[in-house]
Design a protein around this ligand. Structure first.
Ligand code: FES
Ligand code: FE2
Length: 377
């Protein structure tokens, strides 16, 4: 069957074939090593997508903010004095310093650390120190913060820098409908991981969306629970879904949400969302988020947040298990990063538990090929 993602002829960029991988295989390995393609991904893919930046527990009060780098653009999301959530490019319009770092509360204004320009929480420029030193009075209306698009699903906050991605609900389809009974808005973040891995971000994504490796890479951890015969994968325009049944051992340790028990939903439902986000929802109302950001051509940042319906419960053993699983994934990603470079490697055949990998690669190639063809990159 022809790919639903690309119908036009392939283009080439810096020697990389920008083509949806055939339905039974994977993308051009050269795409993991081209600095020019990496730069193009930063300019095109991340800004034109909805990118996860944090959750509402970080943004409760006026002045609460989170930051993220989306492609080449530092961005911030801040709760305004009026209670509104707004997103801005986190760059000072004077001489380009970033304004705030990490996450926290910036008080009633955003003050640039370089020369003290001060902004209201709605982005308007409030003050420029020593104003008489400018040849002309600074036109405050011309130097506000650049606002970008922000939206929220449940408690999860996303930013679209370009402003023209489809609506967030559409981007996440069909996750909002399918996770509606999981009570995820009530789950609390209980622990997190933040690591650097020596692999291209696409290697990380390929692995995140791969379910063929579970009983091998995770033989002593997840693999003990995963019954591969119960795993199912499906893909949509921007998402890919994995469903898996829970075994007796897992179900005996947890309460299934009544709304899910009523429908016999005794499994996990996980969605990978283009370009770099993953959510796994468990039948007890907990969930895991994972996301991966490019740092450079061969280095990525991997983050995991785990949420529980019962934040008081002892989650240490879960945390240890998660750390072990992540370490297993990082190690295999670094091996793949090495092997992809060999001139003797040609992409092999795709297993049905790698459908989401190909789906991700096809979305990526479609977006890049479209931008190259139109010349708007
Ligand atoms: S760069 Fe921000 S005040 Fe100068
Ligand atoms: Fe894995």
């Amino acid at each position: 069957m022809a790919s639903p993602f690309i119908t036009e002829a392939p283009v080439s960029y810096d020697g990389v074939v920008i083509e949806a991988p055939p339905d039974d295989s994977f993308m051009d390995p050269a795409g993991y090593f081209s600095q020019r393609l990496f730069d193009l991904e930063q300019r095109v893919v991340f800004p034109r997508s909805w990118v996860f930046v944090g959750d509402l527990s970080q943004l409760r009060s006026p002045g609460d903010y989170v930051t993220e780098t989306i492609g080449n653009d530092p961005v911030m999301v801040v709760r305004g004095s009026d209670g509104e959530l707004r997103a801005f490019v986190n760059v000072c319009p004077h001489r380009a310093s970033t304004l705030v770092e990490g996450a926290g509360n910036c008080g009633r204004t955003v003050v640039c650390p370089y020369h003290g320009w001060t902004f209201h929480l709605d982005g308007r420029l409030a003050a420029t120190p020593h104003p008489r030193g400018f040849a002309e009075p600074v036109d405050r209306s011309a130097y506000g913060l650049r606002e970008v698009r922000v939206d929220v699903w449940l408690q999860f906050v996303f930013v679209n820098v370009s402003g023209d991605a489809p609506a967030l609900h559409e981007w996440l389809y069909p996750a909002p409908e399918q996770l509606a009974n999981h009570s995820l808005e009530a789950a609390t973040r209980v622990y997190e991981l933040d690591d650097e891995v020596n692999a291209n971000w696409k290697v990380m994504m390929d692995n995140a969306f791969c379910d063929y490796h579970l009983e091998f890479v995770h033989e002593n951890t997840l693999g003990r629970f995963a019954d591969v015969s119960t795993l199912r994968e499906d893909i949509w325009t921007y998402t890919g879904r994995l469903t898996s049944q829970w075994g007796e051992e897992q179900l005996s340790q947890t309460d299934v949400l009544p709304a899910l028990a009523a429908t016999n939903s005794y499994g996990s439902v996980a969605f990978g969302v283009f370009p770099n986000w993953f959510i796994a929802a468990f039948p007890n109302g907990g969930c895991s988020l994972m996301w991966w950001n490019p740092i450079s051509l061969d280095k990525s940042r991997a983050r995991v947040w785990n949420y529980s319906p019962d934040p008081g419960a002892d989650a240490r053993s879960d945390f240890e298990m998660l750390k072990a699983v992540q370490a297993e994934d990082y190690a295999i990603c670094e091996k793949v990063q090495k092997g992809l470079r060999s001139r003797f490697y040609r992409p092999g055949p795709q297993h049905y538990l790698e459908l989401r990998v190909r789906g991700h690669q096809q979305r990526l190639m479609k977006m890049l090929a479209g931008a190259i063809r139109r010349g708007d990159c």
